[in-house]
Design a protein around this ligand. Structure first.
Ligand code: FAD
Ligand code: SF4
Length: 492
């Protein structure tokens, strides 16, 4: 630890955000980073506390605490303080090959487990230190193509180019295997590209890295839907191993009256269409649904719902409401949810902040669900019947359920976005490979291997909808298993 008193001398300081009214005029990222000098002071706040829960990635009380990638956080915090940025990059890369993604979209499980934050609630700004390392490295030209010196003669097909597929492809290629990534969309990146909105992750950040991977020898085939455009058997015949990293995109639907009305979309379909139109034409092609001048109802109070709030506001909606079944979380950690667990507390995310700025209110309505949709004369949605819910303990299971109170009300809406979660991976690809899904809708596996000896799986397809940081870990671990299968041992 270069600065033993750093945590006493410097307060936590984060990047500034472009004010809500200004940033909703476009779909650009809106964080203005600290200067490199200020960031060094933030690195100095790390106490190297001896038991770095921040990098532990362990499960406590059923919840993960700390960084799932086991990033060597105290080490690179210190290097940030010392201004040794290139060395910091190499220590960061030792565990995280894609810090340009995590430092933008990760919820920072590390910071919730930081010792500095235990008593004060002011953890080290780990995520922004990570951002400063990787962006300094790009600026200085330290991140450049570095193909493997030799090739093993083995070939691997990776199906799906989300963070799990990219992590697996990157490491397998570095090891010298010849890797081809198949992606059914027109652009590489999975939910990083078509899911997470541009204001959270500008898409040139993905292209910048994918271009480097291409120069390192990874082959990308886009617009190719495996199991439909090419048979699964062809991949198994053509390659020495196959990694399925196809995500868990099957959306949870609503079985309510009027569901067939027009202008009701699944959240990811809506968000993807908006990003595609933004990238193809700067939103001038009219190819995506628009919330302009509409009252928008979002079913689901989680992060995907919040992305829909931010997107609908940027499109110029008249109002936005987000239905959340659960009660409003507490503002402080509740008993039993102690440090270093992830805090289950009220979070006001960027879209909700923007709703407060534009409409004067948080869009979330807690303890509510939709009971039916109303249609206008053209068959489009015109409103929704909302039911209020209350928690009730189920004596048989001991679990608390949300049950209708009997109170209902109507809400006008001309667009509905369903962000009610996901039920697992799509059916057709496992079917094409003759593989079974689990009861959770994921692909059954044994340490990333499937029932087919040369076929492996990772990411959301294996663990269910999760986080980018988990997808990266899964991709890296699956790569090691594939390498062991191909070579008889692994050094990944
Ligand atoms: C709207 C939204 C916002 C999110 N925001 C965040 C966030 O801010 N932070 C965070 O940490 N996590 C976030 N997540 C979760 C995160 O994006 C996922 O956990 C992560 O992307 C999973 O990575 P993956 O590689 O397993 O799958 P995916 O990213 O889903 O990628 C799977 C890829 O496989 C392709 N594919 C599927 N089937 C085939 C086939 N048959 N042939 C060829 N290609 C195929 C798909 O087109 C897709 O590109 C968000 C999720 C959503 C839905
Ligand atoms: S990947 Fe996420 S949890 Fe890990 S150090 Fe970075 S911000 Fe923290």
């Amino acid at each position: 630890m270069g600065k033993p008193t750093g945590f006493m001398e410097f307060d936590r300081k984060l990047s500034t955000e472009v004010p809500a009214y200004e940033r909703i005029q476009n779909f650009n990222e809106f964080h203005i980073p600290l200067s490199r000098e200020e960031q060094r002071n933030q690195g100095a706040r790390c106490m190297e506390c001896g038991v770095p829960f921040c990098q532990s990635g362990m499960t406590l009380g059923g919840m993960t605490s700390g960084c799932p990638l086991n990033n060597l956080i105290p080490e690179w915090n210190d290097l940030v303080f010392q201004g040794r940025w290139e060395l910091a990059l190499h220590r960061l890369w030792a565990t995280n090959r894609f810090p340009e993604f995590t430092s933008r979209v990760c919820p920072a499980l590390c910071e919730a487990a930081c010792t500095c934050g235990m008593a004060t609630g002011d953890p080290v700004s780990v995520k922004e230190n990570e951002y400063a390392i990787v962006e300094t490295a790009y600026e200085k030209g330290w991140i450049r193509p570095c193909p493997p010196p030799t090739r093993t003669g083995k070939s691997v097909a990776v199906v799906g180019s989300g963070p799990a597929g990219l992590a697996a492809a990157d490491l397998l290629n570095k090891r010298g295997h010849s890797v081809t990534v198949y992606e059914r969309e027109d652009r590489v990146g999975g939910l990083l590209m078509y899911g997470i909105p541009n204001m959270k992750l500008e898409k040139q950040v993905i292209d910048r890295r994918v271009d480097i991977m291409k120069e390192e020898g990874v082959r990308f085939i886009t617009g190719c839907d495996v199991g439909r455009d090419i048979p699964a058997q062809q991949l198994m015949d053509q390659y020495d191993a196959v990694v399925l990293a196809c995500g868990a995109k099957e959306p949870r639907d609503l079985a309510v009256e009027g569901r067939d009305a027009g202008e009701i979309y699944f959240a990811v379909d809506f968000l993807s269409a908006v990003t595609k139109s933004l990238l193809d034409s700067g939103l001038t092609d009219g190819a995506c649904p628009t919330a302009k001048d509409k009252d928008v109802l979002i079913i689901g109070g989680g992060d995907t719902g919040n992305d829909c709030v931010g997107t609908a506001i940027r499109q110029g909606c008249s109002s936005v409401t987000q239905l959340e079944m659960m009660p409003c979380p507490p503002t402080q950690r509740a008993p039993g949810n102690d440090w270093p667990q992830w805090p289950r507390v009220l979070k006001v995310d960027y879209g909700q902040q923007e709703s407060i700025a534009v409409f004067g209110k948080d869009p979330r309505e807690y303890q509510t669900t939709v009971k039916a949709f109303y249609k206008d004369e053209n068959g489009k949605v015109s409103g929704a019947r909302i039911a209020r819910l209350a928690p009730q303990k189920d004596e048989a299971t001991g679990r608390t359920m949300m049950v209708p109170t009997g109170e209902e009300y109507d809400l006008p809406c001309q667009m509905v976005l369903i962000a009610a979660g996901f039920t697992g991976c799509e059916e057709y690809l496992p079917q094409a490979f003759g593989l079974e899904k689990t009861a959770r809708g994921t692909l059954a596996d044994q340490e990333y291997a499937t029932a087919l000896s040369k076929v492996f799986t990772c990411g959301d397809m294996r663990r269910g909808q999760s986080l980018v940081v988990w997808a990266l870990r899964e991709g890296a671990e699956a790569a090691a298993q594939v390498d062991r299968y191909l070579m008889g041992y692994t050094n990944l």
